[in-house]
Design a protein. Structure first.
Length: 94
């Protein structure tokens, strides 16, 4: 029997209350999610204004679930080579 390697564990900092049903999409064997993550690989945000936040150098991507990316430091993420992604919120089609 071949044993599977554990593989990398990615750390995701959540800046707002994110629904557990959404966070469960990140397998616990590969991801650690929470509000107290130090040196995160990614940031998951719903509505928090990130303009005054220092983004750690370890962050490779910011994912925002809401309307618009105006509260994400797009220029800074672009300079570091990391994307700032946006998924429209439920009011986008209202």
């Amino acid at each position: 029997m071949v044993k599977k390697s554990a593989g990398p564990t990615f750390k995701i900092l959540t800046l707002n209350k994110i629904a557990a049903v959404g966070l469960h999409r990140f397998p616990a064997e590969q991801y650690v999610c929470g509000t107290e993550i130090v040196e995160p690989d990614a940031i998951l945000v719903r509505s928090k204004n990130m303009m005054d936040i220092t983004i750690p150098k370890t962050v490779m991507a910011v994912a925002r679930a809401g309307s618009g990316t105006h509260q994400v430091q797009g220029k800074k993420m672009g300079e570091s080579g990391g994307p700032g992604c946006n998924a429209q919120g439920p009011h986008a089609q209202a």
